[in-house]
Design a protein around this ligand. Structure first.
Ligand SMILES: [Mg+2]
Length: 394
């Protein structure tokens, strides 16, 4: 069996663009992968162009060897562009292997630990600006069955936080906690925006709200001060969505950066996601994959969650662009805040190429720090999954 061709697409996703890859083989089996990073999309396509000549002619079943050699021979390892492109290839190779054996990827990874994957909701707050609006939307999300909610209440704060900004942010957390009660877990997202002094003050303010975790409190460049922050505060910490491989995860674990690790399958790939999960298990760290990207990353992460003993919680964007259904035959079922594990061979999703071409690349800005982050969805955004399981497995 040989790889004969690769094809790539960028697809408008309103605030970002999805990046997809298809690997074709001489057997007629094709594999799909996702390399979305939300920016540098042309660099991703360029990276695929550079990697293409290295993988044409290889046997796609040699997943570990292909990934190992591509990484080693790149010489300049790591970083978001190379890592995301390799992750797309990693997914596509597993997709091919699963289709070849007629089994879902979770079966190839060791079998199923669970039929349902516990999720926490993101994007439930679309359009909210005031604490009252966040509280009202949190109630709606809770009524929709979500048992854990994450959001970033920090507006345009950056590096330092004033007392009035801190009060405003904590008022938002208080309003949501009051709206949902103690039966819903809360995660507070910082998007890597603070220094040690600000993060310490914020964490002290968060203590009374009993949050599940405070996420990426510090600049990525200040990761080395995470252990100092942990010693000063009584709030659990989460980070790791900017980890690109198992070596960086080892650093995270050895240095004791956080209580929860959040690798992303579209940056890390299936092989290293599993390695990181095992390292986390042996270190007593919670494994909670970052998962705000497109349909293939979500499905791949479900396969990993299904088969990983120490999986805890999966991030879930609970709505998306109305054209998400045009991009693939994705069919995911949700019951009371849990996603059902897919059963089709491989990843279980086929991209609709005409749909991708109907929504080509558009220039977007991630704008985490401008104060308008809650406007992350267009008019008509909707749930992209099915809410009953009557047809599950059929
Ligand atoms: Mg995050």
């Amino acid at each position: 069996m040989k790889i004969t061709n690769i094809k790539t697409w960028l697809c408008d996703a309103y605030r970002t663009n999805f990046a997809f890859v298809k690997i074709e083989t001489d057997s007629g089996i094709v594999g799909y992968g996702e390399s979305s990073i939300g920016q540098f999309e042309h660099a991703i396509l360029g990276m695929f162009k550079d990697l293409e000549r290295k993988i044409i002619g290889l046997d796609p079943r040699d997943v570990d060897k292909i990934l190992h050699d591509l990484n080693r021979d790149s010489f300049w390892r790591g970083g978001p562009v190379l890592s995301s492109a390799l992750s797309g290839i990693d997914m596509a190779l597993w997709d091919i292997k699963g289709k070849l054996w007629g089994e879902p990827i979770w079966q190839l990874l060791g079998g199923k630990m669970r039929d349902k994957v516990s999720c926490y909701a993101n994007a439930w707050f679309v359009g909210a600006k005031t604490p009252e609006e966040f509280a009202a939307k949190a109630k709606v999300a809770m009524q929709g069955g979500w048992k854990a909610l994450k959001w970033d209440p920090f507006g345009s704060c950056y590096r330092d936080i004033s007392t009035s900004e801190l009060d405003r942010s904590l008022a938002c957390v208080a309003a949501v906690r009051e709206a949902v009660g103690k039966g819903v877990d809360l995660m507070i997202e910082c998007h890597g925006r603070f220094n040690l002094e600000s993060a310490t003050r914020i964490a002290h303010g968060l203590e009374e709200f009993d949050v599940m975790w405070m996420e990426e409190p510090l600049f990525p460049e200040l990761q080395y001060t995470m252990p100092d922050l942990r010693r000063k505060i009584n709030v659990p910490l989460a980070t790791g969505e900017r980890i690109y491989n198992k070596y960086q995860a080892m650093d995270f674990i050895k240095q004791g950066y956080a209580d929860f690790i959040q690798p992303d399958a579209s940056k890390v790939g299936i092989v290293d996601m599993r390695a990181i999960a095992s390292m986390a298990e042996a270190s007593g760290i919670g494994f909670c994959p970052h998962n705000p990207m497109g349909p293939l990353t979500n499905a791949v992460t479900l396969h990993i969650a299904a088969s990983t003993p120490n999986f805890f919680l999966l991030e879930t964007m609970i709505n998306d662009v109305p054209w998400r259904t045009e991009l693939s035959d994705e069919q995911i079922f949700v019951e009371e805040g849990e996603m059902l594990v897919p059963n089709k061979p491989g990843i279980g999703i086929t991209l609709r190429e005409e749909g991708l071409e109907k929504h080509p690349y558009k220039s977007h800005s991630l704008r985490h720090y401008r104060g308008d982050l809650t406007a992350i969805r267009p008019e008509g955004a909707k749930e992209w999954f099915t809410r009953n399981s009557n047809t599950y497995g059929k």
